[in-house]
Write a protein that binds this ligand. Structure first.
Ligand SMILES: [Zn+2]
Length: 416
């Protein structure tokens, strides 16, 4: 009896104190604000505004914003690069491929308005509270240059770094970007949502005359629509993030998610029913399975599924829990084939809350750098970034001023 009573008393006392909790929160917020203020005054934490697009899409510099006249998607173009008219005339919508030149900006009533926006605000934490790690965003002081430059750390002291077929190697070991970094560097390609409250319904029998299958097929290249005025060498790319939010699944539902790049691909089968499970197969030419696995699921059907193919590594996540990873070598190159994503319901029915496909920029080949006792740094956008790609440049430890936290990322950009 005793423990039970204790529990009840504890619950009551917690429930009776909303005012106290509010008071405590207010005091904590006040202390927080004062602390932030003090840090800023002492220069430990410096707010700065990004002026260049070399860290796009993680950080945006001064940019133009509009909406695609065909698909309505938001479009961004670097305003610090090239003259406005030239830039817009050469701009292409990354989602539907509409050329801005066909719209004649400023001359036609069809042209959506273009507005200019300042760069992202970021915080630089000076004094390095912890050692610099790979994938950190570092603020560095450039010799003979005012202000600070922000780049991503890819090579640590003592490492020899190179990029081959879009993959980064440090001392001959492939370094694949962790998922949070993949999300930071991801650009949205397509998204279907649930604006009408109905959601996207996929059914094995077909519901509301909608197909039971959703297919996305595109030839993904390294073309960068953010810098349309820059000369670009296009290359095929397989770096895709595919996120599916499920709102509902009928009992006994089974569905298949597959991704194919030319001859190679993956097939993931989700089954509800009595023993919910997920099974995956990595496929080679002629759909020959190269690798396969299966896992029982604790619940029925997950709420969110993420399939990543970034840096030649398959990752499957369910409600942010990793189900498996599988690395592949150069043999999985897509040649000339498009990226094909397919979601098929084979039994029952699913209702999606939201689904999106993102593209993650690959590292361009050609980088060879020796960090020495310093760091190898890269901008997230290889099209215009001046970094270690230029002559294998490295930065000394004393040039690193601090680590950067983009406010946009702190405030929940990671909820795509
Ligand atoms: Zn478009």
């Amino acid at each position: 009896m005793r423990p039970r009573e204790d529990t009840l008393i504890f619950r009551r006392s917690r429930m009776a104190s909303p005012v106290k909790r509010l008071g405590r929160s207010l005091v904590l917020i006040a202390i927080g604000v004062l602390a932030l203020d003090q840090l800023a005054l002492q220069g430990l934490m410096t707010p700065i505004v990004v002026t260049s697009g070399s860290m796009f899409p993680t950080l945006r510099g001064l940019h133009w914003k509009s909406h695609c006249p065909r698909c309505g998607r938001e479009l961004l173009w670097d305003a610090a690069w090239g003259e406005k008219r030239t830039t817009l005339i050469r701009a292409v919508c990354p989602v539907c491929g509409k050329r801005w030149a066909e719209v004649q900006p400023g001359e036609s009533a069809k042209a959506p308005p273009v507005s200019q926006h300042s760069g992202d605000r970021i915080l630089v934490f000076r004094g390095l509270v912890r050692p610099v790690q790979r994938w950190d965003l570092a603020a560095i002081r450039e010799q003979n240059m005012p202000g600070l430059v922000v780049k991503r750390v890819v090579g640590l002291p003592g490492e020899k770094v190179f990029v081959k077929a879009g993959l980064l190697y440090c001392n001959d070991v492939p370094m694949r970007r962790p998922l949070p970094v993949q999300w930071e560097m991801a650009r949205l390609l397509t998204r279907c949502g649930n604006e009408d409250g109905q959601g996207l319904v996929l059914s094995a029998d077909g519901v509301d005359k909608k197909s039971a299958e959703w297919v996305y097929s595109r030839r993904l290249t390294t073309f960068c629509p953010y810098h349309p005025a820059a000369d670009q060498a296009e290359r095929l790319c397989t770096n895709v993030l595919w996120s599916v939010f499920l709102a509902q699944a009928a009992p006994g539902t089974a569905f298949v998610m597959s991704a194919r790049f030319g001859d190679y691909g993956i097939e993931v089968t989700w089954s509800a029913g009595e023993h919910p499970s997920v099974a995956w197969r990595i496929l080679g030419p002629e759909k020959r399975p190269l690798f396969q696995g299966r896992r029982e699921l604790p619940g029925t059907i997950p709420r969110r599924i993420v399939l990543s193919s970034v840096d030649r590594r398959w990752m499957l996540l369910m409600d942010d829990m990793g189900l498996f990873t599988h690395d592949w070598d150069d043999d999985g190159s897509p040649k000339d084939a498009p990226v094909v994503l397919r979601l098929t319901v084979t039994q029952g029915e699913i209702r999606l809350r939201e689904m999106g496909v993102w593209w993650v920029v690959p590292y361009p080949d050609g980088l060879i750098a020796d960090a020495g006792d310093g760091f190898v740094l890269l901008g997230d956008d290889p099209h215009i970034s001046l970094d270690s790609r230029q002559g294998g440049r490295r930065w000394r430890r004393e040039d690193v001023v601090g680590l950067v936290r983009p406010l946009r990322l702190v405030w929940g950009r990671w909820s795509p």
